[in-house]
Design a protein. Structure first.
Length: 291
């Protein structure tokens, strides 16, 4: 019998071919690595998110506001004065803002519920409707927040739609569409600007207690201090005459002399009559009578 000296010859060839193929396989990755171009590991800056609330826009960084910002604001118009080009809005979260609108042709009116869409074009100083598309959605869903007893908490209520009560010190019709009231509210002077129609019949408001609804718009000076308290009232429908001093039962109480007041409790209401010698509006009044 002849012995097979190469029992694994076929296997040997297969191993040799396998080794050759492996060698080629090992070679190709090396070639591929040298052929690959270098990649840039930096990440391009992301675009600012789509703004849907006023606060979301205010929270954007300076870098984000330096880019075009797409927005879609569902909001109510709380005050609109075409003569003075003034517009205030309030979004669904109750945040209010003064909004410039440039040459936007939409006929803004207080009491409208709108959808404003577009792009804030840099430099973005604040919310603006100059480049917005405005769609009327219906009637505003406004519920004024009463700030009775809180008139000096103006930072909490700035640009919000509020209600307050006060005594009319004096008033005047500036022009056919503007009525200016000087109110005494909780001892503080407040100016109310009331929009009117040219044919509106303004009631006699002398010595009247009134309730007004509108946008709280306190004026802050360059020093950061309060300059004046003001409220923008969108129409006579938002001004209610509560009563007059002549009808107040407290003025039917017996007259007392100023001299006798020293014997009365500090918190007792009194009825006096005299001549005003001095005052600081919203702070004190100095009165002298015959006593």
């Amino acid at each position: 019998m002849r012995a097979n000296l190469f029992p694994d010859r076929g296997c040997f060839r297969a191993r040799r071919y396998a080794a050759l193929l492996l060698g080629l396989t090992f070679a190709f990755p090396g070639a591929a690595v040298f052929a690959q171009p270098a990649t840039d590991a930096t990440t391009p800056p992301s675009s600012p998110p789509r703004v849907t609330t006023i606060q979301q826009y205010w929270d954007l960084s300076a870098e984000e506001k330096a880019q075009p910002v797409v927005f879609s604001l569902d909001c109510d118009i709380t005050y609109a004065d075409p003569a003075w080009a003034m517009l205030f809005i309030q979004d669904r979260n109750g945040t209010g803002a003064y909004v410039p609108y440039g040459a936007n042709p939409f006929a803004f009116r207080a009491g409208q519920h709108i959808l404003a869409e577009g792009t804030f074009v840099p430099p973005n100083a604040d919310v603006s409707f100059e480049h917005a598309t405005i769609k009327l959605q219906g009637t505003a869903r406004l519920f004024p927040r009463s700030i009775v007893g809180k008139v000096m908490q103006y930072r909490q209520y700035v640009t919000k739609f509020i209600a307050l009560e006060g005594l009319v010190d004096r008033y005047r019709r500036l022009d056919p569409t503007h009525l200016q009231l000087y109110l005494s509210v909780e001892g503080e002077p407040v100016v109310a600007w009331v929009l009117t129609e040219p044919d509106d019949d303004v009631p006699d408001l002398r010595n009247s207690f009134v309730s007004v609804e509108g946008v709280y718009n306190p004026k802050i000076g360059l020093d950061g201090l309060l300059a004046s308290l003001e409220i923008m009232v969108p129409g006579l429908a938002h001004l209610t005459q509560l009563n007059r001093l002549d009808d107040d039962a407290r003025f039917k109480a017996p007259l007392l002399s100023i001299e006798s007041l020293r014997n009365l409790p500090e918190d007792q209401l009194v009825h006096i009559r005299g001549e005003v010698k001095g005052q600081e509006p919203g702070r004190y009044v100095r009165v002298r009578d015959e006593s």
